[in-house]
Design a protein around this ligand. Sequence first.
Ligand code: AMP
Length: 285
Amino acid sequence: MKIIRSPKQMQKTAWRWRAAGRSVGLVPTMGCFHEGHLSLFRRARRENDIVVVSVFVNPAQFGPREDFAHYPRPWKRDRRLAGKCGVDVVFHPSAKALYAKGHQTWVDVEELSRPLCGAFRPGHFRGVATVVAKLFQLVQPARAYFGRKDFQQLRIVQKMAADLNFPVRVVPCPTVRERDGLAMSSRNAYLSAEQRRRAAGIPRALQSVGEVIKFSSQKPISPTVILRKARALLRRIPGARPDYVELVDPRSLRPLKKVAGRALVATAVRLGRARLIDNRLVGRE
Ligand code: AMP
């Protein structure tokens, strides 16, 4: 497995692969790997000639009061895990190399970035869309793998790739969960043992939304009624402060006025030092 730190060297290597007709699968990450990341690496391994994993804690997607400085960076462990999954190249640039002095070009996927997490993390998705666009230019992947756990991010990357004509297939991957249902996340490490136990209430609250829809005799149902139970369940988790829990259209991410077909229930909850996000597709086609 090769480690590349220089963006220029990454791009030159990608050009060589392209000239040789080899397909490249890219998995962008911020490191601190867990099974969620590894499931993306394995899928990329099955579907491409070359697998590139980028490890970059992107300063542009953190707000001034967020956890950029504290974000875990277990580089040696990450390198070992990537090697075990058959990754060919880990691209690990410095922030200085990726955002050269005087950088002033940004990618903003306007409408999809506004609701849900966008309303609570101004500038976050602009940072995400910009870094992913840069990674697409540097790695030139045929396929790029993103987890459904970060559903809004996935939709934004899909839209950005389509709007800017990137010749890349964005591949959505299922959320990997702990045994009690909590979505795996590098930020789960911020939780104390007690908070970690309580955090399982988050996926349970989302599951309850699916059940309310499934067992309701009324069709369509109003989101207010559906979300009542989820809100009550989240409020019952000691110390939890939900930023939002919403039912949205899975394509536009706009709030639904009534639920008839497929819907996305999404939440962000603050618990101790962590801000945890999760979502679930609910309803019928
Ligand atoms: P991150 O390092 O948190 O930026 O995540 C890198 C990629 O892994 C993103 O596409 C995430 O959506 C994905 N990912 C993170 N957690 C999970 C999970 N529990 N299951 C599946 N994919 C995940």
